[in-house]
Design a binder for this molecule. Structure first.
Ligand code: HEC
Length: 104
């Protein structure tokens, strides 16, 4: 009887250990964005064409003049519009816009 209890105890420990490690593995892979430019392009396409087109990024008198200003403006446009992004998503959009239009 005693050995059976011990076996069950060991089994429970084993199951706990494996489920904890698989949870941490899974969360590790979802929070990491593998290709920020592609991710940013997709996120931008989904949420950013309600008010302006890509022309605001290329017009003569565009007002964003640095990577810092770009990231502030993306945050501003995002916040005014209840866009459900994490910081990683907004960063990815900044990288995408910088690569495609601004090139700071
Ligand atoms: C509710 C409307 C609205 C939405 C949605 C919106 N924007 Fe804007 N955005 C504006 C306005 C207004 C301006 C300023 C345009 C102007 O001054 O002519 C602007 C300007 C910008 C600029 C600066 C362009 C320049 O002159 O260099 C960037 C960058 C920008 N938006 C990014 C985004 C991104 C990224 C998204 C998606 C998260 C987004 N916007 C969604 C309203 C919006």
């Amino acid at each position: 009887m005693k050995t059976l209890t011990r076996k069950i105890f060991k089994l429970v420990l084993f199951l706990l250990a494996t489920s904890v490690s698989s949870i941490s593995l899974a969360s590790g892979s979802t929070s990491e964005i593998k290709d920020p430019i592609a991710h940013g392009e997709q996120a931008h396409k989904t949420h950013c064409y309600k008010c302006h087109t890509d022309e605001v990024y290329t017009r003569e008198n565009r007002f964003v003049k640095s990577i810092d200003a770009l990231s502030k403006q993306v945050a501003r446009c995002k916040e005014g519009n209840d866009i459900p992004w994490f910081d990683e998503d907004a960063d990815a959009v900044v990288q995408f816009l910088n690569k495609k239009y601004y090139r700071f």
